[in-house]
Design a protein around this ligand. Structure first.
Ligand code: SF4
Ligand SMILES: [Zn+2]
Length: 258
C-alpha cells in the first residue's frame, strides 16, 4: 500500500478505527501524522476533536486540525438547513480537505480507517444498485495521479470487532458516539444484512470482499473511463481535481457568502 519511508497522513475522526490505525502505524515505525476536520456539529465535533488531540499528544505525533467554519464559512449543520443531501456533501467535503491538505503538506499517502464491515456493506450497496462507477474504483489502494494523492485503507481486512479489541488492549480512548446527524440510512440496512449473512455463514464478509477484489474489480476497473460521467478537470479557483470548474466546494463557499 505504501513504503516504509513514505510520509503518511491519517484521516482521524476520534473513533476506534482511525485511532487504532494511527497507533498501529506509529508503533510499526511509520512517520504517520493525523488530520482532523471539525465539521461544526454540536455536541459531536468538539468531543471528537478533544479525543483526537489527546491521542496525538499521547503518541507524540502532530495532528492538523481544519475548521470547516473557518475555511469555508459554513458548517455541516448549515448545509443540513439547506439540503437533504448534506451527508453525501459532508463526505465529499471531507475527501476534498484530506486530499487538499495531504498535497499541500507534502504527504505521500493518505490513509483512512475503513474496516471490513464498512467495505463489505458498501460493496453490497454498490452491487445492489449497480453503481458501476464506484465498483470500478473500489479498491483499498488508489494510486497517485490527476491531482489526487495516493490513498489506502490498511484496515480493510479487519472487522469492527477485531479493531475494538485492539483499541481496548492498547488502552486507546476513543469516542463511541455516532454522528447525531446520521440519517440512519440505507447504509445501515446493508450492514445489518451483511451481519446476518456472517452469522449464518461465518467468513462471508471477508470472502465477499476479497473475491470482489480478486475476481470482479479487475473487470470493472478495465472500463473505469466508460463509467465516469465526465472527465476530470481542475478547479480554476482552488486547483483541486473536480468534475467541473469551479469545484463544488468553491461553489458552496460562494453560495454561503451570498
Ligand atoms: S453521518 Fe455526520 S459525519 Fe457522517 S457524513 Fe453524515 S453528517 Fe457527515
Ligand atoms: Zn475549488
Amino acid at each position: 500500500m505504501f513504503r516504509r519511508q513514505d510520509r503518511v497522513l491519517v484521516g482521524v475522526s476520534g473513533g476506534k478505527d482511525s485511532l487504532s490505525l494511527w497507533q498501529g502505524l506509529v508503533s510499526l515505525g511509520y512517520q504517520a501524522d493525523g488530520i482532523f476536520i471539525d465539521l461544526g456539529i454540536e455536541d459531536f465535533s468538539l468531543p471528537s476533536r478533544r479525543v483526537s488531540e489527546n491521542f496525538a499528544e499521547k503518541i507524540g505525533r502532530p495532528l492538523h486540525v481544519i475548521s470547516m467554519k473557518k475555511e469555508l464559512g459554513f458548517t455541516i449543520p448549515d448545509l443540513k438547513n439547506r439540503t437533504q443531501k448534506y451527508c453525501s456533501l459532508c463526505g465529499s467535503v471531507k475527501r476534498y480537505f484530506l486530499n487538499h491538505l495531504a498535497r499541500k503538506l507534502g504527504y505521500q499517502v493518505l490513509v483512512t480507517g475503513h474496516n471490513l464491515d464498512d467495505e463489505a456493506s458498501s460493496l453490497l450497496g454498490n452491487v445492489i444498485n449497480w453503481h458501476l462507477k464506484y465498483l470500478a474504483r473500489k479498491y483499498p489502494v488508489l494510486p497517485e495521479g490527476n491531482g489526487f494523492v495516493r490513498k489506502a485503507k490498511p484496515l480493510c481486512r479487519f472487522t469492527a470487532f477485531e479493531i475494538r479489541e485492539y483499541a481496548k488492549r492498547k488502552g486507546i480512548e476513543y469516542l463511541e458516539d455516532r454522528c447525531p446527524l446520521s440519517p440512519e440510512a440505507t447504509r445501515l440496512v446493508y450492514a445489518e444484512v451483511m451481519d446476518q449473512l456472517e452469522e449464518k455463514m461465518p467468513g462471508t464478509k471477508l470472502r465477499f470482499y476479497l473475491d470482489y477484489l480478486r475476481k470482479a474489480y479487475p473487470i470493472f476497473h478495465e472500463k473505469v473511463e466508460d463509467f465516469m460521467e465526465k472527465p476530470l478537470t481542475v478547479c480554476e479557483i482552488c486547483g483541486e481535481p473536480a468534475v467541473s470548474s469551479p469545484c463544488f466546494v468553491c461553489r458552496l463557499k460562494e453560495e454561503f457568502k451570498a
